[in-house]
Ligand binder design. Structure first.
Ligand code: GTP
Length: 616
């Protein structure tokens, strides 16, 4: 009798506990103002004192601040006293807006019940807005549309509301106009969160069931595990089990981010917080795992997440070979907090020792290589990005290929398949023609066009290989920055693909080989040969540069033999100085040049060729 009365009492406490919790994500296209609004909400709810407020407090990494983009999703817990007089707990998850990081978005969304959808009222609905809304709907989220940046003269809330109706199809009758900059409308957002978003379900009296939302390495706290408790409670000293691998751990610390980490006694059903266990390696925490109580285990884990898979690959090599170990250490450190990229050692006859790395997309690649250069002080060469091809061999075997140098002999290949994407591009209609032209030029096939006012929503199928080069930059540039792009991978299709090799003085140079569509091979071959002719210095003999497909030469340039001494030409004022400078330069050039047979190819030649690939 006592026990059931206790249970009843617990249930009652729980009901009121859950009723005052609201867990929500802020979703938006890049730059529409998520982090700024999150700052406002934190400030309003007193999460940080005035002097502690820096702009975009949730963007903690330097690169995030500098580039103004959110990479890792962040969480913060706030106390809010609503107009109904009750004190609420609000858990905000700030999410990254860029297409490369949509995996982080989906993770954050599964930890909450509602989303605030921000649309910049001077820009309108963008491709990522759509993608994020679909993800939120998949997670059964209640959505509050917020029209942001109303302080801007170009803001047109009525037009953008209509777009939200037309393009996304969600109800805008409860939408809120706001400015993260001036703070206008922020109170209305807080009230709407409390009124319109559902409180979490679950019960504190059930056995512990919690979701491992994210984990990262913090130099101060060690491995931090972000959890959403569905049922029961997590307390200090408790023994818990990771259901994916049955490992048991004792909880050393329980806390929440306010946004500063703050220890508390326990986190219970409906809440989001962090735990610290004895786990030392991030690889022992599996994002999406279910954590339960060792003394009162549950049978069925939560559904978890699909693991993220790298789709864009490239080689990263130190410019100076002696920095190989530094690069290796840097990659290992970055990997600690970014499980979505992969790397393995690669040896290239041209570039020396380096790593073949896999990324979620080009921005992910760019940011990772920038962090390596900046945080670890390593000068890097990045080879042409590529995708994973499926090679169907004549003997029936299938090979996954992500490095052109590993391509089997063409006579053994039956067919090659490449990944395709479904792309959504949203653009003001005056740029539609140019955007379509780019898509066609990248072997795209148009699936659909719809309009809302003067905005066109374009659906295309495209090979990922064509998109990884510079598709996004091109789309941005022809639309003066107004078009937006999002994609998902749909599957593999057979393609007329070939490996183009480059011979310098009849020696193959692996680092310059690439997999390319047959139709694009000839112009590309010519460009590469011309570039190499320009960038490889003359030797005292003639050097043929050839591009080949399956042993057949398709383009050729020749570097003429060189007879005269460079220095004899330098006369006149300051000649000695200039001579010394030139000699120094030659010395440096030599240090970075690689020997291919009798020919030395300077590093700049490799970089030059990689650049034409990116800009072709
Ligand atoms: P990501 O994290 O990269 O996805 O961007 P975000 O959506 O978090 O955008 P962020 O908050 O970083 O804001 C982008 C830019 O818009 C910044 O320069 C902000 O200062 C500016 N901004 C945000 N809100 C407002 C607003 O209400 N009015 C005006 N005028 N500018 C704003």
């Amino acid at each position: 009798f006592n026990c059931s009365r206790n249970n009843r009492r617990n249930t009652k406490i729980l009901m009121s506990a859950n009723e005052i919790i609201r867990n929500f994500a802020i979703i938006a296209h890049i730059d529409h103002g998520k982090s700024t609004l999150a700052d406002r909400l934190i400030h309003k709810c007193g999460g940080l004192a005035d002097r502690e407020m820096k702009e975009q407090v949730l963007d903690s990494m330097d690169i995030e601040r500098e580039r103004g983009i959110t990479i890792k999703a962040q969480t913060v817990r706030l106390n809010y006293k609503a107009k109904d007089g009750k004190n609420y707990i609000l858990n905000i998850i700030d999410t990254p807006g860029h297409v490369d990081f949509s995996y982080e978005v989906s993770r954050s969304l599964s930890a909450c019940e509602g989303s605030i959808l921000i649309v910049d009222s001077s820009q309108g609905v963008e491709a990522q807005t759509l993608a994020n809304v679909y993800q939120a709907l998949e997670n059964n989220h209640e959505i509050i549309p917020v029209l942001n940046k109303i302080d801007l003269p170009a803001a047109d809330t009525e037009k953008v509301k209509k777009q939200i109706d037309d393009v996304i199809g969600i109800d805008t009758s409860h939408s809120i106009n706001c400015s993260g900059k001036t703070g206008e409308g922020v109170d209305d957002i807080l009230e709407s969160i409390v009124k319109n978003l559902p409180s979490p379900k679950g019960s504190i009296s059930n056995p512990l069931k919690s979701l491992l939302v994210d984990s990262w390495y913090d130099s101060y706290l060690g491995v931090v595990i972000l959890v959403r408790v569905i049922d029961g409670s997590l307390k200090k000293g408790m023994k818990v089990k990771m259901m994916s691998n049955n490992t048991e751990h004792t909880i050393e610390k329980v806390g929440v981010f306010t946004p500063k980490p703050q220890d508390i006694d326990k986190i219970s059903s409906g809440e989001i917080g962090f735990i610290i266990t004895g786990i030392k390696n991030l690889s022992d925490t599996k994002v999406g795992d279910t954590i339960c109580d060792v003394s009162n285990p549950i049978d069925k884990p939560l559904p978890g997440f699909k693991p993220s898979k790298p789709v864009v690959f490239c080689g990263l090599f130190p410019v100076d070979n002696s920095e190989y170990q530094k690069l290796k250490d840097g990659l290992a450190k970055l990997k600690l907090n970014d499980s979505s990229f992969s790397y393995e050692p690669e040896a290239s006859s041209a570039l020396g020792l380096g790593f073949r790395c896999g990324f979620l997309g080009l921005l992910h690649l760019e940011i990772t290589s920038q962090r390596l250069e900046r945080e670890f002080d390593i000068a890097l060469i990045t080879t042409t990005p590529g995708v994973i091809y499926k090679i169907n061999n004549r003997n029936g075997s299938v090979k996954e290929l992500q490095n052109p140098t590993d391509m089997p002999d063409p006579t053994q290949i039956l067919s090659i398949e490449e990944p395709w994407i479904k792309a959504t591009i949203i653009t003001p209609d005056q740029y539609l023609g140019s955007v379509i032209k780019i898509c066609q030029g990248k072997r795209g096939s148009q699936k659909n066009i719809t309009y809302s006012g003067n905005r066109a929503v374009l659906n295309y199928e495209l090979p990922l290989n064509e998109v990884v080069f510079d598709f996004y930059d091109q789309i941005k540039s022809v639309s003066s920055g107004y078009a937006s792009f999002d994609y998902e991978i749909t599957g593999y299709k057979e393609g007329d693909l070939v490996k183009m090799g480059i011979l310098v003085n009849t020696e193959p140079v692996d680092a310059l080989s690439m997999i390319i569509h047959k139709d694009f091979a000839l112009p590309q071959a010519r460009l590469v040969c011309e570039k190499l002719k320009e960038l490889i210095p003359k030797h005292n003999f003639q050097i043929p540069i050839q591009a080949t497909i399956g042993g057949k030469i398709i383009a050729r340039e020749t570097i003429k033999g060189y007879k005269k001494d460079v220095l004899t030409k330098i006369h006149g004022g300051g000649a000695r100085d200039r001579k010394r400078k030139l000699l120094d330069k030659q010395k440096k050039g030599k240090a970075r040049a690689r020997q291919f047979g009798k020919v030395k190819i300077p590093q700049e030649a490799f970089i030059g060729v990689l650049k034409i690939n990116k800009n072709s």
